[in-house]
Structure formats: C-alpha cells, structure tokens
Design a protein around this ligand. Structure first.
Ligand code: ZN
Ligand code: ZN
Length: 103
C-alpha cells in the first residue's frame, strides 16, 4: 500500500505546546520528531496526521500533529496506541493498520 507521506515541519509553537502540556513527553529533544510524515494510505482524504512523540510510562500513547491539506500543523492530539502490535497508528483509527516498516 502506498503511503500518503505528506510532509510538514513541526511548528515551533506546537513544539512548545508538547513541552508545556504533555508531562510524559520525552525530556530529550531527540525524542520529539520535528519532521512529520503522514503514515496513512495515499488516498485517505484531507486530514493528515503524523507522530510527534511516544509517551513515556506504562500507559503508552503518543502525541500526534494534525493538519489539513498543505497548511502547517496547528493542532495536537494525545491518543492511545493501537492495540494491534506493530501498528504505528492510534486506537480506533480508520484506513487499516499500518505496520512499522523501519527498524
Ligand atoms: Zn496524509
Ligand atoms: Zn492499527
């Protein structure tokens, strides 16, 4: 399946928001992705998303950046992990599971 792979940079205000609003975000800057790439299948519609960081701690979950069309990301969502092992998306996502393809 071809991936959407729409690309964006994480805007500075959203990086600051992760730092301020997500206590279980990685303390290390390397744990927060500044380059965002949509992992959904190519024909998924207007709303793109990309992983920003995995949350630390037993609860898991991850922070996602959301954007529409080619406008820069303006919103974050903290979502639980998809319960299907190896799937990189969040619980309750549409479009089928997306297995991790990188090591
Ligand atoms: Zn996309
Ligand atoms: Zn899944």
């Amino acid at each position: 399946m071809t991936r959407c792979a729409e690309f964006q940079w994480l805007p500075r205000p959203l990086l600051d928001e992760v730092r301020a609003a997500v206590p279980s975000a990685p303390a290390d800057d390397d744990g927060i992705l500044r380059t965002l790439e949509c992992p959904l299948p190519a024909a998924h519609g207007e709303e793109h998303c990309a992983l920003v960081c995995e949350l630390e701690g037993d609860a898991g979950g991850a922070v996602w950046a959301l954007w529409t069309g080619s406008r820069p990301p303006a919103a974050l969502a903290t979502l639980p992990d998809c319960p299907v092992g190896r799937c990189v998306l969040w619980a309750g996502h549409e479009h089928g599971h997306q297995p991790r393809t990188y090591s």
